[in-house]
Ligand binder design. Sequence first.
Ligand code: 5SP
Length: 233
Amino acid sequence: MPDRNKNWIANLPKDRLIAEFSVWSADLVRLADDLARVDPYVDVLHIDVADGHFAPAMLFFPDLVAGVRKISTRPIHVHLMIDDSIVLSQIEQFADAGSDLISLHVENESVADAALALLETRNIAAGMVLRVETPVEAIRKYAPRLDFITLLGTAIGVKGQGLSDKACDRLGEARRIIADCGAAHRIVLAADGGIREHTVPLLRQGGAETVVLGSLAFNAPSLEERMAWLKAL
Ligand SMILES: O=C(CO)[C@@H](O)[C@H](O)COP(=O)(O)O
Protein backbone atom coordinates (compact mmCIF):
# COMPACT_ATOMS: atom_id res chain seq x y z
CA MET A 1 0.00 0.00 0.00
CA PRO A 2 1.40 3.47 -0.79
CA ASP A 3 2.44 5.52 2.21
CA ARG A 4 -0.01 8.11 3.45
CA ASN A 5 2.51 10.96 3.20
CA LYS A 6 1.57 11.56 -0.45
CA ASN A 7 5.12 10.80 -1.69
CA TRP A 8 3.57 8.30 -4.06
CA ILE A 9 2.23 11.20 -6.13
CA ALA A 10 5.66 12.81 -6.50
CA ASN A 11 6.96 9.38 -7.52
CA LEU A 12 4.42 8.76 -10.30
CA PRO A 13 6.10 8.66 -13.74
CA LYS A 14 7.04 12.04 -15.23
CA ASP A 15 8.56 10.86 -18.50
CA ARG A 16 5.46 9.05 -19.82
CA LEU A 17 1.70 9.06 -19.40
CA ILE A 18 0.54 7.78 -16.03
CA ALA A 19 -1.85 4.84 -16.50
CA GLU A 20 -4.97 5.27 -14.37
CA PHE A 21 -7.26 2.25 -14.79
CA SER A 22 -11.00 2.76 -14.30
CA VAL A 23 -12.52 -0.11 -12.31
CA TRP A 24 -15.93 0.69 -13.85
CA SER A 25 -14.65 -0.72 -17.14
CA ALA A 26 -13.28 -3.95 -15.62
CA ASP A 27 -15.11 -7.27 -15.72
CA LEU A 28 -17.21 -6.58 -12.62
CA VAL A 29 -18.35 -10.17 -12.24
CA ARG A 30 -14.75 -11.39 -12.13
CA LEU A 31 -13.23 -8.26 -10.66
CA ALA A 32 -10.37 -9.80 -8.69
CA ASP A 33 -9.20 -11.79 -11.73
CA ASP A 34 -9.47 -8.81 -14.04
CA LEU A 35 -7.57 -6.52 -11.68
CA ALA A 36 -4.84 -9.17 -11.33
CA ARG A 37 -4.64 -9.39 -15.16
CA VAL A 38 -4.09 -5.64 -15.62
CA ASP A 39 -2.06 -5.06 -12.44
CA PRO A 40 1.43 -5.03 -14.05
CA TYR A 41 0.38 -2.01 -16.12
CA VAL A 42 -1.50 -0.03 -13.47
CA ASP A 43 -0.05 3.13 -11.96
CA VAL A 44 -3.29 4.18 -10.23
CA LEU A 45 -6.69 2.50 -9.82
CA HIS A 46 -9.61 4.85 -10.46
CA ILE A 47 -12.91 4.13 -8.72
CA ASP A 48 -15.96 6.17 -9.72
CA VAL A 49 -18.67 6.95 -7.18
CA ALA A 50 -21.99 8.35 -8.43
CA ASP A 51 -25.27 8.92 -6.62
CA GLY A 52 -27.72 8.93 -9.54
CA HIS A 53 -28.40 12.63 -8.90
CA PHE A 54 -25.18 14.62 -9.31
CA ALA A 55 -24.36 12.16 -12.09
CA PRO A 56 -26.85 9.83 -13.79
CA ALA A 57 -25.17 6.53 -12.91
CA MET A 58 -25.19 4.70 -9.56
CA LEU A 59 -21.64 3.61 -8.91
CA PHE A 60 -19.54 1.95 -6.27
CA PHE A 61 -19.31 2.26 -2.54
CA PRO A 62 -16.78 2.11 0.34
CA ASP A 63 -16.92 -1.69 0.81
CA LEU A 64 -15.80 -2.12 -2.80
CA VAL A 65 -12.80 0.13 -2.12
CA ALA A 66 -12.04 -1.84 1.05
CA GLY A 67 -12.18 -5.07 -0.99
CA VAL A 68 -9.92 -3.72 -3.72
CA ARG A 69 -7.55 -2.40 -1.04
CA LYS A 70 -7.08 -5.99 0.19
CA ILE A 71 -6.09 -7.35 -3.22
CA SER A 72 -4.13 -4.47 -4.74
CA THR A 73 -1.09 -2.48 -3.64
CA ARG A 74 -1.78 0.22 -6.26
CA PRO A 75 -2.85 3.70 -5.16
CA ILE A 76 -6.64 4.04 -5.21
CA HIS A 77 -8.14 7.27 -6.58
CA VAL A 78 -11.82 7.70 -5.67
CA HIS A 79 -13.76 10.12 -7.91
CA LEU A 80 -16.85 11.37 -6.08
CA MET A 81 -19.75 12.41 -8.34
CA ILE A 82 -22.19 13.10 -5.53
CA ASP A 83 -24.41 15.82 -4.09
CA ASP A 84 -22.88 18.45 -1.75
CA SER A 85 -24.98 17.20 1.17
CA ILE A 86 -23.17 13.84 1.33
CA VAL A 87 -19.62 14.82 0.29
CA LEU A 88 -18.16 15.08 3.82
CA SER A 89 -19.71 11.87 5.15
CA GLN A 90 -18.62 9.96 2.04
CA ILE A 91 -15.06 11.29 2.29
CA GLU A 92 -14.93 9.84 5.82
CA GLN A 93 -16.22 6.47 4.62
CA PHE A 94 -13.96 6.25 1.57
CA ALA A 95 -10.98 7.35 3.67
CA ASP A 96 -11.71 4.59 6.20
CA ALA A 97 -11.97 2.12 3.31
CA GLY A 98 -8.36 2.78 2.28
CA SER A 99 -8.46 5.41 -0.48
CA ASP A 100 -5.17 7.15 -1.23
CA LEU A 101 -6.59 10.06 -3.21
CA ILE A 102 -10.14 11.39 -3.14
CA SER A 103 -11.43 13.86 -5.73
CA LEU A 104 -14.59 15.85 -5.26
CA HIS A 105 -16.07 18.11 -7.91
CA VAL A 106 -15.27 21.80 -8.11
CA GLU A 107 -19.05 22.21 -8.53
CA ASN A 108 -19.48 20.94 -4.92
CA GLU A 109 -18.79 24.55 -4.01
CA SER A 110 -20.78 24.78 -0.76
CA VAL A 111 -18.62 22.08 0.87
CA ALA A 112 -15.37 22.38 -1.07
CA ASP A 113 -13.35 24.19 1.61
CA ALA A 114 -14.53 21.84 4.35
CA ALA A 115 -13.84 18.81 2.14
CA LEU A 116 -10.27 19.90 1.40
CA ALA A 117 -9.70 20.56 5.12
CA LEU A 118 -11.05 17.10 5.95
CA LEU A 119 -8.75 15.44 3.41
CA GLU A 120 -5.82 17.34 4.92
CA THR A 121 -6.79 16.13 8.42
CA ARG A 122 -7.12 12.55 7.16
CA ASN A 123 -3.75 12.87 5.37
CA ILE A 124 -5.27 11.74 2.11
CA ALA A 125 -4.27 13.28 -1.20
CA ALA A 126 -6.80 15.80 -2.51
CA GLY A 127 -8.17 16.06 -6.00
CA MET A 128 -10.80 18.08 -7.81
CA VAL A 129 -12.63 17.29 -11.01
CA LEU A 130 -14.34 19.71 -13.40
CA ARG A 131 -17.40 18.88 -15.48
CA VAL A 132 -16.82 19.48 -19.16
CA GLU A 133 -19.08 22.56 -19.12
CA THR A 134 -17.51 24.23 -16.04
CA PRO A 135 -15.06 27.07 -16.75
CA VAL A 136 -11.51 25.86 -16.01
CA GLU A 137 -10.91 29.13 -14.16
CA ALA A 138 -13.08 27.74 -11.32
CA ILE A 139 -10.13 25.59 -10.18
CA ARG A 140 -7.73 28.51 -9.67
CA LYS A 141 -8.67 29.32 -6.06
CA TYR A 142 -8.30 25.68 -4.99
CA ALA A 143 -5.22 24.71 -7.01
CA PRO A 144 -2.51 25.23 -4.33
CA ARG A 145 -4.33 22.80 -2.01
CA LEU A 146 -4.65 20.02 -4.60
CA ASP A 147 -2.57 17.02 -5.60
CA PHE A 148 -4.64 16.07 -8.68
CA ILE A 149 -6.78 18.08 -11.08
CA THR A 150 -8.97 16.05 -13.43
CA LEU A 151 -10.82 17.48 -16.42
CA LEU A 152 -13.78 15.53 -17.75
CA GLY A 153 -13.77 15.40 -21.53
CA THR A 154 -17.35 14.15 -21.83
CA ALA A 155 -20.70 14.55 -20.08
CA ILE A 156 -20.39 13.39 -16.48
CA GLY A 157 -20.70 9.74 -15.52
CA VAL A 158 -21.60 8.14 -18.85
CA LYS A 159 -19.32 5.57 -20.47
CA GLY A 160 -18.55 5.18 -24.15
CA GLN A 161 -18.75 8.82 -25.26
CA GLY A 162 -16.69 10.88 -27.72
CA LEU A 163 -14.28 13.57 -26.52
CA SER A 164 -15.36 17.22 -26.44
CA ASP A 165 -13.54 19.32 -29.04
CA LYS A 166 -12.69 21.78 -26.23
CA ALA A 167 -10.87 19.16 -24.11
CA CYS A 168 -7.31 19.93 -25.26
CA ASP A 169 -7.63 23.70 -24.92
CA ARG A 170 -9.07 23.20 -21.46
CA LEU A 171 -6.04 21.09 -20.47
CA GLY A 172 -3.75 23.90 -21.64
CA GLU A 173 -5.68 26.37 -19.49
CA ALA A 174 -5.43 24.07 -16.45
CA ARG A 175 -1.67 23.65 -17.03
CA ARG A 176 -1.25 27.42 -16.90
CA ILE A 177 -3.26 27.65 -13.67
CA ILE A 178 -1.07 24.93 -12.10
CA ALA A 179 2.09 26.77 -13.19
CA ASP A 180 0.76 30.10 -11.85
CA CYS A 181 -0.37 28.76 -8.47
CA GLY A 182 3.14 28.50 -7.04
CA ALA A 183 2.65 25.17 -5.25
CA ALA A 184 5.92 23.59 -4.11
CA HIS A 185 4.43 20.09 -4.47
CA ARG A 186 3.46 18.20 -7.64
CA ILE A 187 -0.07 18.71 -8.98
CA VAL A 188 -0.96 16.05 -11.55
CA LEU A 189 -3.24 16.95 -14.45
CA ALA A 190 -5.58 14.15 -15.56
CA ALA A 191 -7.99 13.62 -18.45
CA ASP A 192 -11.08 11.47 -17.86
CA GLY A 193 -13.73 10.47 -20.42
CA GLY A 194 -13.45 9.99 -24.16
CA ILE A 195 -10.14 8.14 -23.83
CA ARG A 196 -9.72 6.47 -27.22
CA GLU A 197 -6.83 5.48 -29.49
CA HIS A 198 -7.19 8.67 -31.55
CA THR A 199 -7.72 11.02 -28.57
CA VAL A 200 -4.88 9.96 -26.24
CA PRO A 201 -2.08 11.51 -28.37
CA LEU A 202 -4.05 14.78 -28.54
CA LEU A 203 -4.67 14.79 -24.78
CA ARG A 204 -0.99 14.09 -24.13
CA GLN A 205 0.01 17.00 -26.40
CA GLY A 206 -2.61 19.15 -24.67
CA GLY A 207 -0.87 18.64 -21.32
CA ALA A 208 -2.48 15.59 -19.71
CA GLU A 209 -0.08 13.67 -17.46
CA THR A 210 -2.52 10.85 -16.87
CA VAL A 211 -5.51 9.44 -18.71
CA VAL A 212 -8.30 7.40 -17.11
CA LEU A 213 -8.32 4.21 -19.12
CA GLY A 214 -11.61 2.38 -19.51
CA SER A 215 -12.40 0.11 -22.44
CA LEU A 216 -9.23 1.23 -24.24
CA ALA A 217 -7.24 -0.84 -21.73
CA PHE A 218 -9.67 -3.43 -20.39
CA ASN A 219 -10.94 -4.42 -23.86
CA ALA A 220 -7.61 -4.14 -25.68
CA PRO A 221 -6.94 -7.15 -27.96
CA SER A 222 -3.39 -7.13 -26.54
CA LEU A 223 -3.01 -5.18 -23.30
CA GLU A 224 0.77 -5.51 -23.51
CA GLU A 225 0.86 -3.84 -26.94
CA ARG A 226 -1.67 -1.18 -25.99
CA MET A 227 0.32 -0.19 -22.91
CA ALA A 228 3.61 -0.17 -24.83
CA TRP A 229 1.92 2.21 -27.33
CA LEU A 230 0.58 4.42 -24.51
CA LYS A 231 3.92 4.64 -22.75
CA ALA A 232 5.74 5.58 -25.97
CA LEU A 233 3.51 8.61 -26.66
O1 5SP B 1 -15.46 8.12 -16.12
C1 5SP B 1 -15.46 7.41 -17.05
C2 5SP B 1 -16.36 7.73 -18.17
O2 5SP B 1 -16.84 9.05 -18.01
C3 5SP B 1 -14.51 6.27 -17.08
O3 5SP B 1 -14.06 6.03 -15.77
C4 5SP B 1 -15.03 5.03 -17.74
O4 5SP B 1 -14.53 3.83 -17.16
C5 5SP B 1 -14.63 5.12 -19.15
O5 5SP B 1 -15.08 4.06 -19.88
P1 5SP B 1 -14.89 4.01 -21.46
O6 5SP B 1 -15.89 4.98 -22.05
O7 5SP B 1 -13.48 4.42 -21.74
O8 5SP B 1 -15.15 2.60 -21.79
